[in-house]
Write a protein that binds this ligand. Structure first.
Ligand code: PAF
Length: 282
């Protein structure tokens, strides 16, 4: 079922709740790929009913970002969701989601100081606003997010805890192409040449993973290894390379516990992100 109005979705949810169904939510911006599909399939396995939201959220894009050019194909997305076992695709308009004169903001401090938060100043405010709206409208038991957006996942988990929202937030592993590139709707922007260059993200992370496993714990050395590997790729330009504590998302000087190694890189005009977490077993 395709639903465009909040009121209609609320009525469906009310009926489901009356029947005692558990509800899973998969928030997306559409142009779905196997990464999204893995979230939908997990949600279908764990809940009686699943809502997939498809909404390119204007409030999470900065003025010079790709809101207008972000790929959209609701017909294809709808079929993909139904084939993957979803019950409802919620595809509201911007006007439906945002009342004129909206004056509420949500800010999760600390966790947004570094990584994408420092490079995209309005981004997480917009993500938190739209995700809290979806959680309020759907009131799901569980909501599913990809670990490729590791900072987004941490921020949403914190917001849900701080605002006493009764939804369990579930992170799902990164899904990659056969050659290692993390799946992303933005990969469609890449030319053939850029698509090849984009492999440098995963390659540089794998080099560092190997170093960590061999016992290298010098943060600067590890960061420099990523930087020099990426800088050797002519089409790539680093936005950030950071090693942070995976709970606080603050930069670490020494590797003591669990870390997140996260990077954002422009390949031509396309900004791609990737990451992995590493636990030090002492
Ligand atoms: O990860 C995304 O696709 C978006 O940031 C989300 C969570 C759907 C909010 O618009």
């Amino acid at each position: 079922m395709l639903i465009k109005e909040i009121e209609s979705l609320r009525n469906v949810i009310k009926d489901w709740k009356k029947s005692g169904y558990s509800i899973g939510l998969v928030p997306t911006m559409g142009f779905l790929h196997e990464g999204h599909q893995s979230l939908i399939k997990k949600a279908v396995k764990e809940n009686d009913k699943v809502v997939v939201s498809v909404f390119v959220n204007p409030t999470q894009f900065g003025p010079n970002e790709d809101f207008n050019s972000y790929p959209r194909d609701i017909e294809k997305d709808f079929k993909y969701c139904m084939d993957s076992g979803a019950s409802v695709v919620f595809n509201p308009s911007s006007e439906e989601m945002y009342l004129k004169g909206n004056c509420t903001t949500i800010s999760v401090s600390g966790l947004t100081d570094f990584l994408c938060g420092s490079k995209r100043p309005v981004h997480f405010g917009g993500v938190c606003l739209v995700v809290s709206k979806f959680l309020n409208i759907v009131t799901p038991d569980k909501a599913y997010f990809g670990e490729k957006d590791a900072q987004q996942l941490a921020v949403i988990k914190r917001m849900v805890k701080d605002l006493n929202i009764g939804t369990e937030i579930i992170g799902c592993p990164i899904v990659r192409e056969k050659d290692g590139l993390a799946k992303s709707s933005r990969n469609t922007y890449l030319s053939k040449k850029e698509r090849k260059s984009a492999l440098i993200l995963n390659k540089s992370l794998n080099l560092v993973k190997k170093e960590l496993m061999n016992g290298t714990l010098d943060v600067k050395k590890l960061e420099n290894l990523i930087i020099s590997t990426i800088n050797a790729e002519p089409l790539a330009k680093i936005d950030y390379v950071e090693i942070v504590d995976s709970n606080t998302l603050q930069p670490v000087k020494e590797i003591e516990d669990s870390i997140l190694v996260a990077i954002a890189v422009f390949i031509g005009k396309t900004r791609l992100i990737d990451n992995f977490t590493f636990e030090l077993n002492i």
